[in-house]
Write a protein that binds this ligand. Structure first.
Ligand code: BGC
Ligand code: BGC
Length: 637
């Protein structure tokens, strides 16, 4: 079926909305592909069609189940991994291949399995993968080309483990930093989200309309979570989005218009509600707006058990979500019951057969565009098993570049930074030598990791980067988390910040960092009283109220969640060997910085009352410190 037909079918589902933007098609028409979709669809039994409507978490399905059940997709959710948490690349590839092979062994119409993973800042479920700064840090760079290159490198690492599809990028436009997923968002500014979201999709999938699109070095991307996830009242995860349709269109839809324009193949529906209706049951927006007005011709995947929250639905039964426009339900637990119930509903007509066919057609189309019908089993694909690609030197260098560009300088009294290397440097704070803490949630595990650097082979802590820089420059560096010293240091660098979290675990009701973790505030004060010049490096998944910490520091850097390449911090803090600044600060705030512990960040920003406005960030060059030519690389903003 061509786009016009898709759109008119979608429009037939009745849309009360208007004024939404149509996105011009970027993928050239492909008649042979459309015909092939139709010929596969024509062969499929209703059981096989229903099987395509489900993606099941690996934690509750075994490969042998796929020999019997025609399930079309598998994911690894936040808490699942190959048996007994073997998160090494070889275990992942072996599992992905096992499921793929079992699905192929089933009798009936051949439809390849697709595997989805949350590679949201690098291939973060896999031990040894490169972890890029979380999206909030990339937002600070405003560097679309960098984000595109990160997408490319991430896709390659995902392909090395035989997977096809990532649930990224998040294109939420977060309005309130109370939300536990603020760090997954590029910015509170829709224009920044639109630009970086599209760049990410282009990197992950390859440029639409070229040979590179969804070739062996790329993966299918997902725009998530549609629609309004970043606008919930009070920043509550899975909450109720504030604002009218105009707000949805102008603020929250920006990243969909741009990513669909870049050839986005899948969209994940949001757990959140709007006007009291759960998005998973919102036909006007999923079918009317997304598939109809915007012309999205890929498929909509549900979020993890989110269909169960639609009124009248349960975990194992939800025709309403399918009817609303969710093409693939994300399931764990008793998936056989969901399969059985969905089958009954399809047979009985509760799920209309045109709707069933539309969903399956969309899924087949994406699988075909990704070449899956013609590819060998996962382990036989060109990049599969090339584990040297995971955390390769080139990818780590890219991540380190991203770290340098993501840092935002908020204060620099008496031009304390950049520091000469030949100093006695005290490094303190509980994040200084903790790679899990500097990486945040969705890093090797769903909720992230604390105090276990061994889980990040090949990665570097911020402390390690500082030590190397200082020692290479003839200085001396000592680490003391509590900030103790025998000989008074020339300067102290205190690295502190949030503990890792993901999703609702990260919701807060105050942005007062010191109320949550008082240690740094006390330490900074003690160092100040001792007359030691102090640099604060603050790692957080959101802007926070740190006014007391800021006042006790001579210099203050917002470092967000930099990921595995902590060395990028020292690159910018220290002068090069020749005495000039090695790299300048080029990052600027992707979010308004709160003036009070209860500020609603974006709203306060719009009133012009933030402590630092969005876009704020100091540079050495503007402070009269000469930077080397290397640092003068322009940043797109
Ligand atoms: C999250 C999604 C994620 C999915 C699969 C959900 O809880 O909201 O962002 O892709 O789980 O792990
Ligand atoms: C996450 C899943 C995770 C699950 C664990 C969900 O919200 O998105 O990926 O496995 O919670 O309870």
């Amino acid at each position: 079926m061509n786009r016009t037909a898709v759109a008119s079918l979608a429009a037939a589902f009745l849309c009360a909305c208007s004024g939404w933007q149509e996105v011009p098609a970027v993928i050239p028409p492909d008649l042979p592909l459309d015909q092939r979709v139709e010929s596969v669809l024509a062969k499929m039994s209703v059981e096989e069609k229903v099987g395509q409507l489900m993606i099941v978490d690996m934690e509750s399905i075994r490969p042998r189940d796929l020999r019997r059940y025609p399930i079309g997709a598998i994911l690894n959710g936040g808490t699942s991994a190959p048996g007994n948490d073997r998160r090494d690349p070889a275990s992942w590839l072996a599992d992905v291949d096992d499921y793929g092979r079992a699905a192929r062994a089933r009798e009936g119409t051949f439809v390849p399995l697709i595997w989805g993973t949350d590679a949201v800042h690098g291939h973060n479920n896999v031990r040894g993968a490169t972890l890029y700064p979380q999206n909030i840090g990339l937002g600070a760079t405003r560097d679309a080309d960098l984000v595109r290159r990160i997408g490319e490198a991430t896709a390659v690492e995902v392909q090395a483990t035989g997977m096809d599809w990532t649930f990224a990028p998040v294109v939420a436009v977060v309005q309130d930093a109370f939300w536990g997923r603020t760090y997954e968002s590029f910015s509170e500014d829709p224009a920044v989200v639109a630009s970086l979201g599209a760049a990410s999709v282009e990197g992950l999938q390859g440029k639409a309309g070229t040979q590179a699109f969804l070739d062996d070095r790329h993966v299918i991307a997902t725009g998530k979570h549609f629609l309004g996830d970043g606008g919930t009242k009070g920043g509550v995860d899975q909450g109720e989005t504030a604002g009218d349709e105009e707000t949805l269109r102008k603020v929250h839809a920006a990243g969909y218009v741009s990513t669909i324009g870049a050839g986005l193949q899948t969209v994940m529906a949001s757990y959140s509600s709007w006007e009291g209706r759960k998005m998973h049951g919102n036909r006007d927006l999923l079918t009317g707006v997304l598939k109809g007005d915007m012309g999205f011709d890929g498929f909509v995947v549900g979020d993890w058990l989110a269909h169960s929250q639609v009124p009248g639905c349960s975990v194992d039964r939800c025709a309403a979500a399918v009817e609303a426009g969710v093409d693939m339900l994300m399931m764990t637990g008793d998936w056989r019951a969901l399969y059985q119930h969905t089958l009954e509903e399809a047979q009985g007509g509760t799920i209309a057969s045109v709707r069933l066919d539309d969903a399956v057609r969309r899924i087949l189309r994406v699988k075909m565009r990704a070449g899956l019908f013609d590819k060998p089993l996962p382990a036989k694909r060109p990049l599969a098993g090339h584990f040297e690609l995971l955390g390769s030197a080139a990818h780590r260098a890219l991540a380190r570049e991203a770290v340098r560009k993501s840092l935002v300088l908020l204060k620099n009294e008496n031009a304390l930074l950049p520091l000469p290397r030949k100093l006695n440097v005290l490094v303190a704070g509980d994040v200084a030598d903790d790679i899990g803490r500097q990486s945040g949630g969705w890093s090797v595990s769903w909720q992230g990791i604390t105090a276990d650097n061994a889980k990040f082979p090949g990665a570097e802590s911020i402390w390690s980067g500082i030590r190397k820089a200082v020692e290479a420059g003839g200085g001396r560096a000592q680490l003391s988390v509590g900030g103790r010293y025998k000989q008074k240091p020339d300067v102290a660098i205190v690295v502190f910040g949030e503990r890792p979290y993901a999703e609702f675990h990260g919701n807060v009701q105050t942005l007062d960092f010191g109320a949550l973790q008082p240690d740094a505030r006390l330490l900074l004060k003690r160092l100040r009283d001792a007359g030691i010049p102090t640099v604060s490096v603050f790692t957080s998944g959101r802007p926070m109220w740190i006014t007391p910490e800021l006042e006790s520091s001579n210099a203050f850097v917002a470092a967000w969640l930099p990921g595995s390449e902590g060395g990028g911090v020292a690159d910018v803090l220290f002068r090069s060997a020749s005495g000039v600044a090695g790299y300048d600060f080029t990052g600027t705030l992707p979010f308004s910085w709160p003036r009070t512990p209860t500020s609603v960040t974006a709203e306060e920003g719009r009133r012009g009352e933030s402590l630092f406005p969005i876009g704020y960030g100091m540079r050495y060059t503007t402070l009269g410190v000469p930077a080397s030519d290397a640092s003068a690389a322009p940043v797109t903003r």
